[in-house]
Design a protein around this ligand. Structure first.
Ligand SMILES: C[C@H](O)[C@@H](O)[C@@H](O)[C@H](O)C(=O)O
Ligand SMILES: [Mg+2]
Length: 479
C-alpha cells in the first residue's frame, strides 16, 4: 500500500570524469590528447591531475560528444511515513549543464512537495500533466530539453518510491498492474490520432495472454543485450581489439561501433571488428547525428559491406522526414534506421513511426517523461510493429531501462525477434542495485524499486564541484 506525504526533495549534481579515458566518446579524440588505456580501469583510478586532458585539446571542428563526463542530476524524495523509504531518480547528462538541470528540478519541486503519494499515483496522468504543463515553465519546454530531463529525474524518483513501497522492482510492479491502471498513468494528449486509450487497453489486455510463461522465461534467461563497450571512437585500435576479444570470451554476440568521423577510419575499424567477430555475429553502427541526409546515405552505402543491422542517429534527431529518406535508401541494402536517445517526446516518436522513418525504436529512460511517457511509446511501437531496442549506457541508464524492456516483453511485445537492449560496462559500481548481466542478457532485478539508488559515498565523492574527485581535478583543469 502506498503511504506518506512527500516532505523533502533534494537534487545533486554528480559527475564522473569518464572523458579521461575516452569512454563514451562518439567523436574522434586526437592521439596526443588521448589518455593511455592504462588509465581507463575505473573512474577512481583515473583521477590524477597528470591524467587530466584539457577539453579544448580534444574538440575537432565537427565534433559531437568528444569528451563526455557521464553525469546525473540525482533526485531524492522523502516522505513523512515512518518507514525510512526514499525514492531516488536520475536523469543523464554529459557533465556541463548538469547544474542547469538541477535548477529545473528545483523549479518543479513545488509540484511534488506536500503531495500524498497516494494522490500522485491515484491520478498519475493528472500529475504527469501538472508537471509537464506548468503554465510558466512549459514555455522553456514544452516536454523537451532541460525541463523535460528534469521532469524525468523527478518522476523516476516517484516510480522508485512507489515500487519500493510495494516491495517490487518497477518491472514487476508494471507487469502485475491492472491494464486500466497502467493506462491511467499515460498522458494521451497529442497521440490519439495513432493510439487511443481504448487501443492501449486492447494491447495490454492481449498482453495478459501467456504473461506468466514470459515472466518465467525472463527470470530464467534474461533479456538479450548488445555491447557498446568495445568501440568508442576515443579508443585506439589496440584497445578496440583487446576489448572485443574479451567481449567474445564473455559470450557477447552483438556489438556496436561508432562511425561517422572519417570514412577511411570507419572502414578500417569496421574491418577489424568484422574480422574479430566473424560474419554471423551482429554489428550495429552509430553515427551520433553526424551527417546531412545525402551524406548519410552515401557513407552508409560504403559501410554496407560490413553488414550492419542498423545505423543509429544518422542525422539530426529532429529530422523526421530526413530519417524517412535515409530509411528508404538503406533498407534495400539490409540496413535499418535506429534512433531515439535524443528524441524529445512521444510526439516525435509518433511521427517517426507514422513516417516509416525507423526500423528500431530506442527509448531512453531519462530523456522521456519517465515510465509514464515511455509506456505510451512502447504501446505505439507495438501498434506499428516496430521493435523497441532501448538506449542505455551513460550512468544509470542500464539500471533503469532494463525494467522497461523486461515489462515490454512480458506485457506488450511478447516477442524477442529483432529486439535487443544496449549494455555499456561503466559506472555500475556506484549503484546500490547494479545491473546483472549473465550470458549477454539482462537478468531481471529482484530488489524493490527502479535500481536508481546510488551509493551515498559515490555521490559524495563525485558531487560537482565540491566532491573529493573534482577537488583534485579542477585545479589541473584550470591550467
Ligand atoms: C555521448 C554518449 O556516450 C553517446 O555516444 C551514447 O549515448 C551513444 O550514442 C550510445 O548509443 O550508447
Ligand atoms: Mg547512440
Amino acid at each position: 500500500m502506498v503511504r506518506g506525504r512527500i516532505s523533502r526533495l533534494s537534487v545533486r549534481d554528480v559527475r564522473f570524469p569518464t572523458s579521461l579515458g575516452g569512454h563514451g566518446a562518439d567523436a574522434m579524440v586526437s592521439a596526443d590528447a588521448m589518455v593511455s588505456a592504462d588509465a581507463m580501469v575505473s573512474a577512481d583510478a583515473m583521477v590524477s591531475a597528470d591524467a587530466m586532458v584539457s577539453a579544448d585539446a580534444m574538440v575537432s571542428a565537427d565534433a559531437m560528444h568528444t569528451d563526455p563526463d557521464y553525469s546525473a542530476a540525482y533526485v531524492v524524495i522523502e516522505t513523512d511515513a515512518e518507514d525510512g523509504i526514499k525514492g531516488c531518480g536520475i536523469t543523464f547528462t554529459l557533465g556541463k549543464g548538469t547544474e542547469v538541470v538541477v535548477c529545473a528540478v528545483n523549479a518543479l519541486a513545488h509540484h511534488v512537495l506536500n503531495k500524498d503519494l497516494k494522490d500522485i499515483v491515484g491520478d498519475f496522468r493528472g500529475f504527469y500533466r501538472q508537471l509537464t504543463s506548468d503554465g510558466q515553465l512549459r514555455w522553456i519546454g514544452p516536454e523537451k530539453g532541460v525541463v523535460h530531463l528534469a521532469t524525468a529525474a523527478v518522476l523516476n524518483a516517484v516510480w522508485d518510491l512507489w515500487a519500493k513501497q510495494e516491495g517490487k522492482p518497477v518491472w514487476k510492479l508494471l507487469v502485475d498492474m491492472d491494464p486500466r491502471m497502467l493506462v491511467s498513468c499515460i498522458d494521451f494528449r497529442y497521440i490519439t490520432d495513432v493510439l487511443t486509450e481504448e487501443d492501449a487497453l486492447e494491447i495490454l489486455q492481449k498482453g495478459q495472454i501467456g504473461k506468466k510463461e514470459r515472466e518465467k522465461q525472463m527470470l530464467a534467461q534474461g533479456y538479450p543485450a548488445y555491447t557498446t563497450s568495445c568501440a568508442w571512437l576515443g579508443y585506439s585500435d589496440d584497445t578496440l581489439k583487446q576489448l572485443c576479444a574479451q567481449a567474445l570470451k564473455d559470450g557477447w554476440t552483438r556489438f556496436k561501433v561508432k562511425v561517422g568521423a572519417d570514412l577511411q577510419d570507419d572502414m578500417r575499424r569496421c574491418q577489424i571488428i568484422r574480422d574479430m567477430i566473424g560474419p554471423e555475429k551482429t554489428l550495429m553502427m552509430d553515427a551520433n547525428q553526424r551527417w546531412d541526409v545525402p551524406e548519410a546515405v552515401e557513407w552508409m552505402s560504403k559501410l554496407a559491406k560490413f553488414k550492419p543491422l542498423w545505423i543509429e542517429e544518422p542525422t539530426s534527431p529532429d529530422d523526421i522526414l530526413g530519417h524517412a529518406t535515409i530509411s528508404k535508401a538503406l533498407v534495400p541494402l539490409g540496413i535499418g534506421i535506429a534512433t531515439g536517445e535524443q528524441c524529445h517526446n512521444r510526439v516525435i516518436f509518433k511521427q517517426l513511426l507514422q513516417a516509416k522513418a525507423l526500423q528500431f525504436l530506442q527509448i531512453d529512460s531519462c530523456r522521456l517523461g519517465s515510465v509514464n511517457e515511455n509506456l505510451s511509446v512502447l504501446l505505439m511501437a507495438k501498434k506499428f510493429e516496430i521493435p523497441v531496442c532501448p538506449h542505455a549506457g551513460g550512468v544509470g541508464l542500464c539500471e533503469l531501462v532494463q525494467h522497461l524492456i523486461i515489462f515490454d516483453y512480458i506485457s506488450v511485445s511478447a516477442s524477442l525477434e529483432n529486439r535487443v537492449c544496449e549494455y555499456v560496462d561503466h559506472l555500475h559500481e556506484h549503484f546500490k542495485y547494479p545491473v546483472m548481466i549473465q550470458r549477454a542478457s539482462y537478468m531481471p532485478p529482484k530488489d524493490p524499486g527502479y535500481s536508481t539508488e546510488m551509493k551515498e559515498e559515490s555521490v559524495k565523492k563525485h558531487q560537482y564541484p565540491d566532491g573529493e574527485v573534482w577537488k583534485k581535478l579542477l585545479p589541473a583543469q584550470e591550467n
